[in-house]
Structure formats: C-alpha cells, structure tokens
Design a binder for this molecule. Structure first.
Ligand code: IPM
Ligand code: MN
Length: 352
C-alpha cells in the first residue's frame, strides 16, 4: 500500500524518537513492499523559534493533505514564559483541533518482563492491560470563555451531548473488541458537564448490551488505578481527566516512555507517544523510542489497516524487552542500550 505521512518531530527527545520510529516504518515498508512518503514539518517550540508560530499554517496544511501524522513531542522550559498563543502546547492543541481528532486512544499494557520496573507490587500490577479513551476536542482544554488577566484566570469545562456520544461510541466499539468492560469516568457528584456525560453514556449503553458499563468518579478512579489496575479494561473520560489518568496509568507499565497513542475521528489521524519532550535528557541519546515505535504500530493498524505488520512490530517490542534490552528509564533491564541501538535492535527483529 501507499501512504503519505507527515512527520512532526517537534522538541526535545521528540526528534530522537521519531527518527527511530520512521526507520522502523521503513524496514516494514521494505519487507512488505509498501510505499510510505514522508514530509517533515515544524511544530512546537522549534516552530516558534524558526517561524514565530507554534503551528505554522504550512504545517497544518501538509498534515491535512496526508494520510497520517506522526508527532514526537512539544515543549521545553525555555518556552514557559511565552504568552499562551505562542506556547508550544498551543501548537499541539491547534493541530488536534485542526485535524478534528476527538478520540485519543492510550493503551497501558504491562509486559511481563517489566513487572519489576513498575512502581507497584508485582501481585497488584501483573496482568495490567487497559486502554484509556480520552476525549480530545472539548472540555476545559477548549471551552469558551477562557482568559487570563492580572487578577483572574478563567477556563470553561463544557460538553454537548453529541460530543460525548461520539467519543463514547468509539469506546464502546473498542470495548466490544476487547474484554467487554467499559468504565466511564466523570465527576458527576460535582460538575454539570459530568452529569450530562453520564446521562449520554448511559443512554448509549442500550446499543451495546454485550458491554458491561460502570460509572466512576475520577478521584476514586485515580486511586483504583494503583490499587486494582487489572480491574480495568476500557476507560472513557473527558479531556482533562484523561490527560491526568493516562500519565498515571502509563507509569504503571514501567515507564512513561513506552506508551503510544492514536487520535482518531477526524479528517486525518494523529499518532504520538504519550511522553513529553523530556528536556532534561534531550540530545543525550538515551530517550526510550518504544513509545514512538509503538505509535507507528498503531498507525499501521488504524490508518493503514495493516494488522499483520502492526502485530509484527509489537511482537518485536515484546521480544526486545523479554531479552532484557532497554533504555536507562527501564532500570530493571540488564542490557542497557542507547536510543539508536534500541531502534536498530527492533529493526533487526523485523527482518528475521
Ligand atoms: C498530552 C500532553 C498535552 C496535553 C500537552 C503537551 C498539551 O500532556 O498529550 O498528554 O495536555 O494534552
Ligand atoms: Mn499529558
């Protein structure tokens, strides 16, 4: 198959990890006779430095003309004092909005070989395999009005019924293909936007009688993620709650550096590792490329519908971890490699 992919390395370790991910994609393309065409564009802090905008119009146009977007990370301490419009994060939010993606899939899967890398006790965390569907286009991230003055900062958490329904539908469908359990997480004891959320999800459940639906509050869910992570299958939640819970869930699996994400539902799908730009280790060659590489596996599966190739890549990750390889964030791995060495090892397994 042929596909046009826009690559947005962004800031910090985004550059190093997307390089390895694209190289893996190329190895797969070579082996199976696919043709992927790449266009690299600017986003985030580096885009501010070079063009004065965190999301140059040309970047968004290129993304919209492609089949998928692969993003590294945005942000860094040198940009913290910029006004909101120029912040690297504003570029990423603009990209999500511009592509129209509203369902952000964040799987948190614990490889058996990494049980000792998890901050939780082995008995509690063994078997963790959950997927967070984070609403990505609404909530406090995008609600109006919003403003900041010297005296007041204002954000609005708002949802409409169609916004809730479309993301809940994605979550029900995914749950149907997994262990058929959906946890809808809100704060309906306090927030009106959550009361609507709960009502809409409950109504939609009638169309999915094969899926067991439970509702939970976000504070209690945060606790349950560390006390009984294996009780979750699919979690669906609003934007800000999903941002917070997905960092928590990801680290249960050994390292934030390992987890991929896919943002679906819009004109063009967006793939990015869940980790950020990690400025403290940027440029040192020690960043974990597995989150970006696993994001490419999601790209192969969701955008290209190449399930076999996606499985092959995920299998290569599994075997690499099982053989004890890892980057320094995975302290329990006895065979420590650099970013490029780990990428090269994965690729060597892809051609076997
Ligand atoms: C994430 C990040 C972003 C978010 C930031 C960088 C805007 O934390 O993808 O989780 O808050 O969504
Ligand atoms: Mn986040």
């Amino acid at each position: 198959m042929k596909a046009k992919i826009t690559v947005l390395p962004g800031d910090g370790i985004g550059v190093e990890v997307t390089r390895e991910a694209v190289a893996c994609l190329e190895t797969i393309a070579g082996r199976f006779g696919h043709e992927f065409h790449y266009e690299e564009r600017l986003i985030g802090g580096i885009a501010v430095d070079q063009t004065g905008s965190p999301l140059p119009a040309e970047t968004l146009a290129t993304c919209l003309a492609s089949d998928a977007v692969l993003l590294g990370a945005v942000g860094g301490p040198q940009y913290d004092s910029l006004p909101p419009k120029l912040k690297p994060e504003t570029g990423l939010l603009g990209l999500r909005a511009g592509l129209g993606v509203y369902a952000n899939l964040r799987p948190a899967f614990l490889h058996d070989s990494l049980i000792d890398a998890s901050p939780l006790k082995a008995d509690i965390v063994r078997g963790t395999d959950l997927l967070i569907v984070r609403e990505l286009a609404g909530g406090a991230y995008f609600g109006q009005p919003r403003e900041i003055t010297e005296e007041r900062g204002l954000n609005t958490m708002a949802y409409t019924a169609p916004e809730v329904e479309r993301v809940a539908r994605v979550a029900f469908e995914i749950a149907r293909g997994r262990r058929k359990k959906l946890s809808s997480i809100d704060k309906a004891n306090v927030l009106e936007s959550s009361q609507l959320w709960r009502k809409v999800v409950t109504r939609l459940a009638a169309e999915y009688p094969d899926v067991t639906l439970e509702h939970g509050y976000v504070d209690s869910c945060a606790m349950a993620l560390v006390t009984r992570p294996t009780s979750f299958d699919v979690i669906v939640t609003e934007n800000l709650f999903g941002d917070i819970l997905s960092d928590e869930a990801s680290v249960l699996t050994g390292s934030l550096g390992m987890l991929p994400s896919a943002s679906l539902g819009g004109e063009v799908e967006l793939y990015e590792p869940v980790h950020g730009s990690a400025p403290d280790i940027a440029g040192k060659g020690i960043a974990n490329p597995l989150g970006a590489i696993a994001s490419v596996a999601m790209l192969l599966r969701h955008t290209c519908q190449l399930e076999n190739e996606a499985n092959l890549l995920e299998e290569a990750i599994r075997r690499t971890l099982e053989a004890g390889y890892g980057t320094p964030d995975l302290k329990s791995q006895p065979r420590q490699l650099s970013t490029t060495e780990l990428g090269a090892h994965i690729r060597s397994l892809l051609t076997q």
